[in-house]
Design a binder for this molecule. Structure first.
Ligand code: D5M
Ligand code: FE
Ligand code: ZN
Length: 480
């Protein structure tokens, strides 16, 4: 027996593994110098699965002789705004948008026991109840002065200004986003007027996530910025090659999700052309297609636009238009969706949103920062809305239906935009900000934004275990 072979067998046997004769035969046919790596990776994977026998199947799957037939790869688009976009216009459009927001969120909050006592704002104002009433509406302003906070709520019947004295409740109110929907308990006091005693967010229920029956992995990427001088082409190419490698995790990847800013675009920021290596959208998207074309065909790819991609800037965004690159659209394993979108991967519901609203929220909410995008994502889930603040930096189109309300609670919430990879959990939902594949730009450096680019996030859809593959340093690490 070759020296390498006996070392490899020793490695497995001392760790309590049995090696099936069929597996032994295959190992004998493998290059001696590859034996150590193969046996270590299989031992690692099977130890994780608590299965201490190495059989013929394991090696066939590992070496790509056989694909794992147990791995389902079913990607279904559950929600895509592309065909729903009507571009309603003018004030009437915005009235319709806000009334859609109010109605959808009122329906969502109706499941709460407090909602049984809900009253219209105008009636509550007239009644001046000293016992208190529950009202709901959109937050039109909040302000703090000395030791009190004032909040104005609006529903279709009117507006009400409530004051808050309680310190804890003032903190809650301080984190309210303008134009978000809330329910409040309001008490009338002869001296002070309406006092807010309680603030209730729509929020999401705590429930276990849907899981995939098979151990398929999904990869979460965003903010590639292909065409930018700072795009990490070499690192992304290396990651894409890894997807075709015999690594046991790579072999189980069945989905790749791209959460926007696929390309750097043209004319997005002043003087952007100085930072581009591809000056046209066609060139940038051709390059993108080249990279996506090297992802193995059995992997389903979902592509969502961001603020750098062509289409329209205002939310919700349609899918990247076919006219710039029909090749991407025609690939059988590619799904082009709008922003936001919801996809089901083997039954696991993934809500995808590029994340433009994070800029506005970080700027106006105490305690939030660009370094912790997952905290902002929690705010969005509590508000059950992807972009509550209207009229700030994030453009929102006057659609007649508010497609940014989070109607369905996802199992995974995938966001990008701020170029900080972060993974967290909130009430059974896995929160992923997938970072970026663009090095720090001069603009980001000038405002002190520190990205952590070049890290791919992988999720085992059966166990919900998260792995990261850090291509910026060439090291793997297990996150949680
Ligand atoms: O945005 C990446 C992050 O950087 C996002 O938080 C916006 C911010 N950013 C980047 N460039 C600018 C300029 N020029 N003005 C304002 N904010 C900016 P991305 O969408 O990848 O550009
Ligand atoms: Fe970006
Ligand atoms: Zn972006």
């Amino acid at each position: 027996m070759k020296k390498e072979m006996s070392l490899a067998l020793d490695y497995a046997l001392t760790r309590g593994f049995q090696i099936h004769p069929g597996a032994f035969e295959i190992l004998e046919s493998v290059d001696a110098e590859k034996l150590e790596k193969i046996i270590k990776e299989i031992v690692r994977e099977k130890t994780r699965q608590k299965l201490f026998q190495i059989n013929q199947d394991d090696l066939e799957v590992y070496l790509g002789i056989k694909d794992d037939p147990m791995l389902l790869a079913e990607a279904v688009v559950l929600f895509d705004p592309t065909s729903k976009i009507t571009t309603g216009e003018g004030v009437k459009g915005y009235n319709a948008l806000f009334s859609s927001r109010f109605n959808k969120l009122k329906r969502i909050i109706s499941d709460r026991p407090e909602a049984k006592m809900l009253r219209g704002i105008s009636a509550s104002r007239d009644e001046k109840s000293e016992k208190g009433v529950h009202v709901c509406g959109l937050v039109t302003s909040r302000s703090s002065e000395r030791s009190i906070t004032k909040v104005v709520l609006e529903d279709p019947s009117g507006t009400i200004e409530g004051i808050i004295f309680d310190a804890e409740l003032q903190k809650t109110a301080g984190a309210l986003l303008i134009d978000q929907f809330v329910m409040a308990r309001v008490v009338f006091d002869k001296n002070s007027g309406f006092i807010i005693r309680e603030i209730i967010m729509p929020d999401i229920p705590d429930k276990p996530a849907n899981r995939s029956e098979s151990e398929a992995y999904a990869v979460f990427l965003s903010d590639l910025h292909i065409g930018s001088r700072y795009f990490m082409e070499k690192e992304l190419a290396e990651f894409v090659s890894w997807l075709s490698s015999p690594d046991p995790v790579a072999k189980k990847v069945r989905f790749v999700l791209i959460g926007g800013d696929l390309v750097d675009g043209v004319g997005i920021y002043p003087n952007q052309n100085r930072e581009l290596v591809c000056q046209t959208l066609e060139e940038q998207l051709a390059k993108a297609e080249g990279i996506i074309g090297r992802i193995p065909g059995h992997i389903k790819i979902v592509i969502m636009p961001g603020n750098h991609d062509p289409g329209r800037r205002a939310l919700p965004q349609p899918a990247i238009p076919k006219k710039y690159n029909a090749g991407l659209w025609e690939r059988e394993n590619v799904l082009m969706v709008g922003n936001p979108a919801t996809v089901s991967l083997n039954g696991v519901k993934v809500a995808m949103f590029h994340g433009q609203s994070i800029d506005d929220i970080v700027k106006t909410t105490p305690g939030l920062s660009y370094d912790r995008p997952a905290d902002v994502m929690k705010h969005l889930l509590r508000a059950r809305h992807l972009s509550p603040i209207y009229g700030s930096q994030t453009p929102i189109a006057p659609e007649t239906e508010d497609l940014l309300v989070i109607e369905d609670v996802p199992d995974i919430f995938h966001v990008g935009h701020v170029h900080r990879m972060e993974v967290d959990r909130y009430r059974g939902v896995l929160l992923i900000n997938s970072g970026s594949w663009q090095r720090q730009t001069p603009f980001q450096a000038s405002v002190g934004m520190v990205p952590n680019p070049g890290i791919a996030v992988l999720v085992n859809l059966k166990t919900f275990k998260v792995f990261t593959k850090d291509l910026s340093e060439n090291s793997d690490n297990i996150l949680q």
